[in-house]
Design a binder for this molecule. Structure first.
Ligand code: PHE
Length: 470
């Protein structure tokens, strides 16, 4: 466990860097693309309230557990288990994290690739006028090569940042992109709130109708909370292995949850007033909400001032790209760190640690993700017929990770930290070796031991047997 000695691994330089990098991982397509989709499909304000509950009582404690494991072990998602639970079968959670990281990055990059194309189209003024936006979207995603070019471009951009290392790559670019993202989102939300007819959208988000909360809505909210906060696959364990001794784990986790939730809610405030201000557009358009409904909304809402429509949509897709990029680097780093790390512990078999140069490790991850991402992307076009149980490659990757790996990982992490990790080490990590108050410690312990594992177990078993959130 952490001896306080400097290691050969990188570290985040500042407190702000820690928060912005971790928040960068959390804030992503999950907030701006998936959250409004889920809200629209699950009835609005009531879903949001339930979601808040899961963030606070479930995802937040698991995030603290991941932070704790990462800083205590100073190792990647697999290494952390080797160091903290040597010889334990729980190491499968580590390997599952690697698998999930690669799979999520592969399908996530497909949506990011669409976003890149839409940014490009909106900046070159191709998304204006009275057009059939559903057809434009369909034609693009089913094109055999165009989405692949953008997919490779997006992954190479991610690669370019990751090879620069922890401080000069991840931290530096998160510090640059996150404030920009926050500014864009506030500008767009203020703008959207002033659109004619926006009140209907605002009341949809602010007036809960609790009759809409069914068990399946609650389960969707829980799945969304885990995905949105990047917990369960060791992504934040990896980031926390770069935290310094002074980093406050609990308050950092709280800040990350706050920023993530704020961005999700603000995305709702951008999308729903805009959608409601245009008659004839449904809130439950599903994944197409952002790519089909919004261009249509931008055009109708600003039909008398096309310049504003052009600016609004350009800024929106730029926001989506920034958010996707700060998350994709964190997914990439899970496996890059795994391949780069050398043995830091005597009891770890050296041959199990790859110790590759960062450049080579990152190249392997990027290449594998381009290949797997290509399969996901093609499943919208030429490979559409290749399905298993009715799902194509993209859907399978999404299903296996969000419905299986993440809940199972979160379950194992909270059980391990809550029940098996030495009490003293947990306390030392959370109070920075006795220098911080112990007030919240009791609450954390209760949440980590009981609430989080039971909560995740319920969603996991339900998804496994009934697949209700699918
Ligand atoms: N939290 C990210 C989002 O909301 C997705 C993510 C999942 C990132 C898992 C890293 C690890 O888009």
């Amino acid at each position: 466990m952490d001896s306080g000695k400097p290691s050969h691994r990188g570290s985040f330089g500042t407190r702000l860097g820690v928060i912005l990098a971790s928040a960068g991982s959390a804030v992503g397509l999950g907030n701006i693309w998936r959250f409004p989709t889920e809200v629209g499909n699950n009835g609005g304000a009531a879903f949001i309230l339930v979601y808040f509950g899961f963030v606070l009582f479930l995802a937040l404690p698991v995030m603290v557990c991941e932070f704790l494991m990462g800083r205590s072990s100073r190792s990647n998602t697999v290494g952390a288990w080797k160091v903290l639970a040597p010889g334990s079968p729980m190491i499968v959670a580590g390997y599952m994290g690697i698998l999930a990281g690669v799979l999520i990055l592969s399908f996530y990059s497909v949506v990011a690739a669409w976003t890149l194309d839409y940014t490009f189209m909106s900046l070159t003024n191709q998304l204006t006028g009275d057009q059939d936006y559903a057809k434009i979207f369909q034609t693009f995603v089913s094109n055999p090569w165009k989405p692949l070019v953008f997919l490779a471009l997006f992954l190479l951009l991610t690669h370019w940042i990751v090879v620069r290392g922890v401080e000069r790559g991840i931290e530096r670019y998160s510090k640059l992109m996150m404030p920009l993202l926050l500014v864009i989102i506030v500008v767009l939300a203020v703008y959207a709130a002033q659109m004619p007819g926006a009140e209907a959208g605002l009341s949809y988000l602010l007036r809960p109708d609790f009759s809409k909360v069914t068990p399946s809505v609650a389960l969707s909210a829980m799945g969304q909370a885990l995905f949105s906060l990047s917990v369960g696959i060791g992504c934040l364990t990896t980031y926390a292995s770069y935290f310094r001794r002074e980093t406050r784990l609990m308050s950092s986790a709280l800040s990350v949850c706050l920023i993530d939730t704020l961005v999700a809610v603000m995305s709702g405030f951008i999308i729903f007033p805009a959608v409601f201000s245009v008659s004839g557009v449904g809130v439950d358009a599903g994944p197409g909400l952002v790519f089909i409904t919004l261009p249509y909304v931008f055009n109708s809402a600003f039909s008398t001032m096309p310049v504003l429509g052009y600016l609004f949509s350009g800024l929106f897709y730029l926001l989506l790209i920034l958010a996707a990029l700060t998350s994709s680097i964190s997914m990439h780093e899970i496996t890059t760190a795994f391949l780069t790390d050398r043995s830091v512990q005597k009891n770890v078999n050296k041959s199990e640690n790859y110790g590759l140069p960062r450049r080579r490790a990152a190249r392997i991850v990027t290449l594998v993700c381009i290949l797997l991402g290509t399969a996901c992307s093609l499943s919208f076009g030429p490979w559409k017929e290749y399905t298993l149980c009715g799902m194509g490659v993209f859907e399978w990757f999404d299903y296996v990770t969000a419905k299986f790996c993440m809940p199972l990982g979160a379950l194992m992490i909270s059980i391990f930290v809550g029940w098996y990790m030495p009490h003293r080490e947990v306390r030392d990590q959370l109070t920075n070796w006795g220098t911080l108050s112990v007030r919240l410690y009791g609450i954390f312990r209760f949440l980590a031991r009981w609430v989080a594992p039971l909560g995740v177990a319920i969603v996991f078993l339900n998804e496994l047997f009934y697949g209700t959130t699918k």
